[in-house]
Design a protein around this ligand. Structure first.
Ligand code: THU
Length: 137
């Protein structure tokens, strides 16, 4: 098992991802960095589109990168928004995270300087529906 990145390192990576965000419509750049149970790190940024509903969130991009890289389980996730208001995942991303995380998986809403808010997935999405409901996994 490689050394797990600590929260400050995940924040640095999420900030670097946020710097790549494509968000000309909202001007709300977001970066995400997740570490898997195997200790691998994946990052993502939001990518908007002139056809507004087609935009994707930073968390969604990081999860796609994780799946492409062979990861299947999120150990911890950091999200960095544009300012000091905690950028917590949208409803759709809560469900996307749910697919690859457990109830105790921690999600940290951060700014460049540190953690603003830490919540578990179960707090973000209580009584949730997931793969187990379909007898998967
Ligand atoms: N956004 C994210 O990427 N992650 C979040 O957690 C909340 C919102 C993006 C979507 C859109 O590009 C912009 O922020 C404004 O909603």
């Amino acid at each position: 098992m490689p050394d797990l990145p600590d929260i400050p390192e995940l924040i640095r990576l999420a900030v670097a991802a946020r710097d790549r965000a494509y968000c000309p419509y909202s001007n709300h750049p977001v970066g995400a960095a997740l570490v898997t149970d195997a200790g691998e790190v994946y990052t993502g940024c939001n990518v908007e589109n002139a056809a507004y509903p087609l935009g994707s969130c930073a968390e969604q991009s990081a999860i796609s990168a994780m799946v492409l890289g062979g990861g299947r389980a999120i150990r911890e996730l950091v999200v960095v928004g544009p300012d000091d208001a905690p950028c917590t995942p949208c409803g759709g991303c809560r469900q996307r995270i749910r697919e690859f995380a457990g109830p105790d998986t921690r999600v940290h809403a951060c700014n460049e300087r540190g953690v603003l808010l830490t919540v578990t997935l179960d707090e973000l999405l209580p009584e949730s529906f997931g793969p187990e409901n379909l007898n998967q996994r």
